[in-house]
Design a protein around this ligand. Structure first.
Ligand code: COA
Length: 129
């Protein structure tokens, strides 16, 4: 079900010729091992497929990649208030085509800080950054 809703989002981005989508991913299964490792190490393991995360693993499967971690993203003990900034790039984006802007379709609610925080270099390289 979630997969189909996500596909519908991707279709809207393609229709509007948008470059992509940035979201905050709550890697919710971190809570199970939070006393054993940092969020950075956990996310690295999920990226490498060593751990399954109910949310982040599926988002990676859908084509998102992790860009960086965001501290104090959302008050949620499961992730120690962290989120992973995830990016999906529209493969059909054409910069020569106008971006279709419809004020009532494009949400204007983001206040996501994308400044990188201390993150192991391995996370960046695994994410292809
Ligand atoms: C991530 C999300 C799409 C998952 O939805 P879901 O209904 O739990 O998951 P689905 O059963 O639809 O599976 C999603 C995909 O992950 C895959 N998947 C399921 N289990 C998997 C596993 N163990 N390993 C790898 N991939 C897996 C599924 O096969 C499916 O991919 P497919 O469509 O290619 O077959 C959904 O929870 C979501 O959209 N969450 C994020 C919401 C959001 O936008 N957050 C950011 C802003 S706050």
């Amino acid at each position: 079900m979630g997969s189909k809703l996500m596909d519908a989002r991707f279709a809207v981005l393609k229709q509007l010729n948008l470059r992509g989508m940035i979201a905050g991913s709550l890697f919710i299964d971190y809570a199970k091992v939070a006393d054993q490792m940092t969020p950075e190490q956990y996310v690295q393991d999920v990226i490498e497929g060593k751990r399954f995360d109910t949310n982040l693993t599926k988002q990676l499967h859908k084509g998102f990649r992790v860009h960086n971690l965001i501290p104090n993203y959302f008050q949620d003990a499961r992730t120690k208030n962290f989120a992973a900034a995830i990016v999906w790039e529209n493969p059909d984006y054409d910069p020569t085509r106008p971006i279709l802007r419809k004020a009532n379709i494009i949400p204007v609610r983001f206040d996501v800080r994308l400044k990188p925080v201390a993150t192991p270099a391995a996370v960046w390289s695994a994410a292809g950054i």
